[in-house]
Design a protein around this ligand. Structure first.
Ligand SMILES: [Zn+2]
Ligand SMILES: [Zn+2]
Length: 288
């Protein structure tokens, strides 16, 4: 049996090359100049060889070219055989027939994504779609990744045809993003863990290590971010109703007791900005 090798040259999308994770099947793009032999999936974090991360579209093209190469091989072999057969014939001449063309792709087959990140730790440049957690080059969770995620949450609200529902999701995702960030920082620095969905617990947790997470944040801002966390809690645990517990944490809202918490894009947007400051404060202490 002979092995036929062939090359496929995939054009890049402005220098970016699509990859697809074999574990979570999600799609991302890598700057083709920065590609590494092994890449972490930005969504699930699994480390896989780059040469196994073909996207469906790339596979389809490779299969098409493989078929062409196979056909062409058979045609070439046939021709050699026929030439041999007819080479001494005085009465018949052999004219070769047409051959299968091998067509390399001329345009890229990559999909649209929404975020581009240049990792400050390993200098990897990559593009992702939606929420993600890791740099494919170093798996480092840096503040840029979290900030990019917050921006994506906002886009989701703006593109939704049910803003209220997507606001509920966004408040929840905002708190989850914060939670996973605090969790990872704490794990890496052996700080133990608390319920990071709760700002008071989080404040105490970092205070024990000498960090004030509200550094540079005004009282008004503090109330605003607490409100976002409390409202998220209300929608997760009491169908959006403002309970006595809510009022205990935010006495300013006492007149709203027993009413349904109102979510808004402005409140969410302000929450993002305040949370970004908190991220920076934590990062300044724990990440160089
Ligand atoms: Zn994955
Ligand atoms: Zn990196």
């Amino acid at each position: 049996m002979s092995i036929i090798e062939f090359k496929v040259s995939f054009p890049t999308d402005n220098g970016f090359w699509g990859r697809e994770c074999n574990i979570c099947n999600k799609y991302f793009k890598i700057d083709s100049d920065k590609i590494k032999d092994n890449l972490f999936c930005p969504y699930c974090g699994d480390l896989q060889p780059n040469k196994e991360l073909w996207t469906k579209e790339q596979n389809q093209i490779a299969r098409k070219i493989a078929t062409q190469v196979g056909k062409r091989f058979i045609e070439d072999e046939m021709e050699k055989m026929l030439k041999d057969v007819f080479k001494n014939s005085k009465t018949t001449t052999y004219t070769p027939g047409s051959r299968t063309e091998i067509t390399q792709p001329t345009s890229h087959v990559e999909k649209e994504v929404d975020t581009e990140i240049n990792c400050p730790t390993c200098d990897m440049k990559f593009q992702v779609y939606g929420i993600f957690g890791f740099c494919p080059g170093c798996k480092e969770d840096n503040v840029l990744i979290y900030e990019a995620n917050l921006k994506i949450l906002l886009q989701e609200i703006d593109n939704s045809n049910n803003p209220n529902r997507s606001l509920r999701h966004a408040y929840n995702d905002l708190v989850s993003t914060f939670e996973s960030y605090c969790k990872r920082v704490s794990e890496r620095h052996n700080l133990g863990k608390v319920n990071f969905q709760n700002l008071k617990n989080t404040k105490e947790h970092f205070k024990n290590d000498g960090l004030n997470i509200y550094e540079g944040i005004s009282d008004v801002e503090k109330t605003k971010i607490k409100r976002v966390f409390e409202k998220r809690h209300a929608y997760q645990h009491s169908k959006g109703k403002i309970t006595a517990e809510f009022i205990k944490n935010i006495p300013e809202d006492a007149n709203l007791i027993e009413t349904l918490a109102v979510l808004s894009r402005t409140e969410f947007l302000e929450g993002i900005e305040i949370l970004k400051k908190i991220f920076r404060t934590i990062t300044n202490k724990y990440c160089s």
